[in-house]
Design a protein around this ligand. Sequence first.
Ligand SMILES: [Zn+2]
Length: 621
Amino acid sequence: MKRSILIALALIALAPPGFHAAAPVSYRVSLPEPQHHWMQVEVSFTELADGPLELRMSRSSPGRYAIHDFAKNVYDVHATGPDGRELTITRQDPSGWTVGEHGASVTVRYKIYGDRVDGTYLAVDATHVHMNMPAAIMWARGLDDRAATISFLPPDAAVAGRGWTIATQLHPGSTPLDFTAPNLQYLIDSPLEFGPVAVRQFSVDRHTFRFAAHHTGTDDELNRYMKDVERIVREEGAVYGEFPSYEPGAYTFLADYLPYSDEDGMEHRNSTVMTSSSTIRSDRTRLLETVAHEFFHCWNVERIRPRDLEPFDLDRENMSDELWLAEGFTQYYGPLVLQRAGLVDLDSTRQTLTTLVETIVNSPGRTVRSAVEMSRMAPFTDGGRPIDRTNWSNTVISYYPMGGAIALALDLTLRERSDGRITLDDFMRAMWRTHGKPGGSREGYVDRPYTMSDAEARLAEVSGDRAFARDFFSRYIQGREAADYTRLLRNAGLLVRRRDGGRPWLGDVRMDSRTDGARVSAQAPANSPVYDAGIDEGDTITQVAGQRTSSAEEVNTAINRRRPGDRISITYVDRAGVTKTASVTLVENPHVEIVAVEAAGGSLTPAQRTFREHWLGSQVR
Ligand SMILES: [Zn+2]
């Protein structure tokens, strides 16, 4: 970051009055056969200096932390000079095309295939073009600071129908199918939907919000849905006390609720992409949860940005130590905001909180990796599945629920120790004021991204207690401890209790029924009796406490006749065919659930009622 600030300052210092900005890179996209899921892209580079022109396809995409290698779908690549003469292209690596000899301008043409509707990839078909920029556009190394223009030609109406329009956070150009971006970072961060989109608009505190939906529902459904989206926007605005200034003049929600969409949500600076095969009619609450999560990101991660992610490196995976905050705290706020906005009830919230607490209390991974180390796993876990086996079920917890559980602990702890005067909202506001609000000297950049010690310093400021901040970070974020959720939640009249109290437990073992026994079909959970007995994936359980078993049900029935603390024998055949017998001590089922004290037959104290209302009630004034 230091380096790019220096370069920016140097450019400002060098620029004389009347400084000529380098010519923009211009893209032209056409759709000769959308039904076959490819599009034609033409890119013109002008005012080029001597030396090789290094053309690149991105290997990664902002908001995704693994490698996606978008070059894999690019083909039929040609480069020509101003006279139309074909220029020689060489390949230095799988994501690059190099034009060695060229004049001042080069035009590159390529075809690109894409058929996945989500937040990461490209989807082209007769119903729309759904475009995540890194998956679609080629760029040239060293020209990051040049502006870009991008224009679209409509598809043949006989194939695709009429009435396609474009929704995007890009700046509008001279026609409805022309757009501009101030630089490559902004361009690459700007997804786009080109199709028969329905657009709704509302404003909150003089900020404009556009919702562009490509969906199968009715206008009336969309109109009613907008009321809920607006409540979410207001409630999240109340967390921070203000909205960012959205550079194109509006924030844009891009929703593809289509039968052929994948489930996804992806944040961007002034927009979000939300895709689902569900409809507003069938699954409104779940879709709203994605709205709440993604919109929260317009502060947290887009502007309150970890230094590790700024600027985003398109050539490699981007590792961050702070995804427990960037994603995890966002994961906490999404459902909390739905509750505050009155869009879900306490029963829904108690289930969400159960998931968070279960994750941190009962996942074996917590004892081997901290939240920081879990964040560093994103380059491995945020992409496709590896083909070799991993022991992640025992060693990795997603930084989403793990960070969500940390946010819950921090919120409740701050409230408890300040008698409700200081909350996690104050911490988020402090992060916003110091790291997000100052913005960037160039659009699409963040000048004051934060580090781990910055986040700790903000907590020290907000709590007025440096030792508390240090202790919290060292135990729950850099360390591997779990907070005392039972005590913390009791403040709000929520009880953490055993879901199957008094019941015996062998471990959450996945088993397939076989003619010769119950075969363990996934890794045995560490710190469970079955793991301690030495039984693991590929072993077949044939007898439990002297009783023959051939299915998971029979194993469970045999276990359920016993009590926690009972010692039983298990006979199994290992993967090499050797019969073995292990002695196992059953424990009490450790799974927990959270219930409201009034639902458990008790009653809320006035203090619990106040605590709960301040926490879960609307913050909109
Ligand atoms: Zn997220």
